[in-house]
Design a binder for this molecule. Structure first.
Ligand SMILES: Nc1ncnc2c1ncn2[C@@H]1O[C@H](COP(=O)(O)OP(=O)(O)OP(=O)(O)O)[C@@H](O)[C@H]1O
Length: 305
């Protein structure tokens, strides 16, 4: 499968603060990849580097296999919605897109009507931008990205601040673009539950570090059940768990709580292992949790980054 985006040891430092730590990431053709992280985690900084709006401090970006001077040309195959586009408030949607069509050298005049149809704004194309709802404004932003018929869209929080209906419209639009036009999508949000029905892959970022990269199936599995232990000696518990289960995945929370994401089916063995080695287990339970809790644990709690 073709690789659309590849970063190698990519970093960004502003003054003394390193916002993106050496980051290796790849996006393959056909994916809808969600970049999830709390405010300030570095999502926009990463996207701006991909869009060419910020220069990386170190590292390399390949787009469609191109790098160096050729990357600019490859970038034309991508549509970026990284900063809110500045539309003219008194222009209609059509007039706004027509302005950008000419400015961006998109030859075919009919492309404006085509993209308005794709984003379901054909009927409202003569409305002035300032009279658009938030959801319509966002869809017009996506229409702008589509003007040059990109193979990949990079969208920074496009459903931020939308109501449930607005979110549903954008979600359906993006699924349609992915399935019918084979457009690869890289989309960010700070709210996991906004994207869980859309994305096929989830990348979690915390303080500029990717702390988790999972498929939709794996995410659902992980967010379904977990073991929650309260122990007297978390450090020893961690040591014992890592020795017994090489690929065990867990996080240590305050108050001597350890949450284990896999090996839920081995809960009896884990309990015995700890007791046999002198760890006192005060509480041991299997919990179901929702996606939002999982997200907060990963990017909000004491994740293992
Ligand atoms: N030009 C800049 N100069 C200095 N610091 C910056 C600059 N741009 C971003 N930062 C800092 O980098 C950090 C990450 O910002 P970024 O906008 O990438 O986060 P984010 O994950 O997109 O957050 P949000 O969800 O709020 O958009 C923040 O602490 C921000 O203050």
């Amino acid at each position: 499968m073709e690789t659309i985006i590849q970063t190698y040891q990519l970093t960004k430092t502003f003054k003394n603060a390193t916002i993106i730590k050496p980051l290796n990431f790849s996006l393959r053709k056909g994916e809808i990849c969600a970049l999830i992280g709390q405010n300030g985690s570095g999502k926009s900084t990463l996207f701006k580097m991909l869009a060419g709006q910020l220069h990386p401090t170190t590292g390399d970006i390949h787009l469609f296999g191109k790098t160096g001077r050729d990357v600019e040309q490859a970038r034309r195959r991508m549509g970026f919605l990284v900063e809110t586009p500045v539309f003219f408030p008194d222009f209609t949607a059509s007039q706004n897109l027509e302005y950008f069509r000419i400015q961006r050298g998109v030859v075919e005049k009919k492309r404006v009507d085509e993209v308005l149809k794709i984003v379901n704004l054909a009927k409202e194309k003569k409305k002035r931008f300032k009279d658009y709802s938030m959801g319509m404004k966002q869809r017009l932003g996506i229409a702008l990205c589509l003007l040059s018929s990109p193979d990949c869209l990079v969208l920074d929080e496009p459903i931020n601040g939308l109501d449930a209906e607005g979110i549903r419209e954008i979600r359906n639009l993006l699924i349609k673009l992915n399935q019918e036009k084979q457009i690869t999508i890289f989309i960010s949000s700070h709210i996991l539950t906004e994207l869980h029905l859309l994305a096929t892959r989830f990348v979690f970022i915390k303080n500029g570090v990717i702390v988790e990269d999972v498929s939709k199936e794996k995410l659902l599995e992980k967010s379904r059940k977990q073991l929650q232990l309260t122990v007297d000696d978390p450090a020893k518990t961690v040591q014992l768990l890592e020795r017994a289960y090489a690929d065990i995945e867990f996080i240590v929370l305050p108050n001597q709580v350890i949450i284990i994401h896999n090996y839920v089916e081995s809960s009896g063995d884990i309990n015995r292992l700890l007791l046999d080695n002198g760890v006192s287990v005060r509480e041991f339970r299997i919990e179901a949790r929702n996606l939002e809790e999982y997200f907060l644990e990963l990017v909000g709690g004491n994740g293992h980054d």
